[in-house]
Write a protein of this length. Structure first.
Length: 294
């Protein structure tokens, strides 16, 4: 097993933290420094120096322009997240967050979870817009975390991808983990975590296709990584190999990816609820250009 994966299992750390410890030279195998991708073998002596615990990231109550409250009650609050907003505070992120925006609006969320992620039961990338739910009550946090883990939540995204995937309806079943050479990216790798994406073409244009995407799993950057692996990256997603010329022509400065709808059993009474989000101006504008060229 790789060093980062092995440390994650042995010590209960996230794989990201385990990789960082190895990169800092704090993992020794038989007395010699081991890299994150080196292999752990039976019978070797493993020494790990753990870093000092990080201080909790402060939640700053700052109003988030463009973030709409779609629905709220005593248990949940559903928001329409704009682009450029993180789900919660994290080291190195100085921009606005959904949690900070809710605090600025006077909305109290669940105290369950890590201090900076209280109430957060799932996340959207900074560059991804759309519908997102946050737990307000402790009961809702427990129920929704379990629902996401057991995959009873229905998450649907719309993605504009380059070219025309063949077949036009299908499933991508390919494991995902951190890119072996670029830590800021993720990739399809043989020993990654199981990842399943279902897709269906909504409309095909000359240069791109609008896809309806349903996630069975929820890995970081899953949709972006899977379509990139098919050689049909999300339009505007320069990190995962999209054409910068096409992105410029469509006026995009980020990936065309939108959390279109979210459905789940309400924590209070188990009734099925579903919420949708309209395309923001930049994504709608890109589609308009494609439709004019069609």
């Amino acid at each position: 097993m790789r060093v980062d994966a092995g440390l994650s299992k042995l010590l209960g750390l996230s794989r990201t933290v385990a990789a960082a410890i190895a990169e800092a030279g704090d993992v020794l195998v038989d007395g010699r420094p081991a890299g994150k991708s080196d292999r752990l073998l039976a019978g070797t002596w493993l020494e790990v120096t753990l870093p000092e615990p990080e201080r909790p990231v402060e939640i700053k109550a700052i109003k988030v322009d463009g973030m709409e409250i779609v629905y709220q009650d005593d248990d949940v609050v559903v928001v329409d997240k704009p682009v450029g907003v993180a789900a919660h505070p994290s080291p190195g992120w100085s921009g606005t967050t959904v949690i900070g925006g809710l605090a600025a609006a006077g909305i109290r969320v669940s105290t369950s979870g890590a201090a900076e992620r209280q109430g957060v039961v799932h996340r959207l990338d900074v560059g991804t817009t759309g519908v997102m739910v946050v737990a307000k009550s402790e009961h809702a946090y427990t129920v929704l975390k379990r629902a996401f883990k057991e995959r009873t939540v229905e998450k649907r995204y719309h993605a504009l991808v380059q070219g025309h995937p063949d077949p036009s309806v299908g499933t991508i079943d390919a494991p995902i983990d951190r890119h072996p050479r670029h830590d800021y990216r993720w990739a399809v790798v043989a020993d990654g975590k199981p990842s399943i994406t279902h897709y269906e073409t909504i409309e095909a244009f000359r240069a791109a296709s609008l896809m309806d995407v349903k996630l069975e799993t929820g890995r970081t950057h899953q949709i972006r990584v899977h379509f990139s692996a098919l050689r049909h990256p999300c339009v505007g997603d320069l990190t995962y190999g999209s054409d910068p010329v096409l992105a410029k022509r469509l006026g995009l400065s980020r990936q065309w990816l939108h959390a279109r709808s979210l459905g789940f059993h309400h924590p209070a009474d188990g009734s099925w609820v579903e919420f949708t989000s309209e395309y923001p101006p930049d994504l709608a504008g890109a589609l308009a250009v494609l439709e004019a060229d069609y």
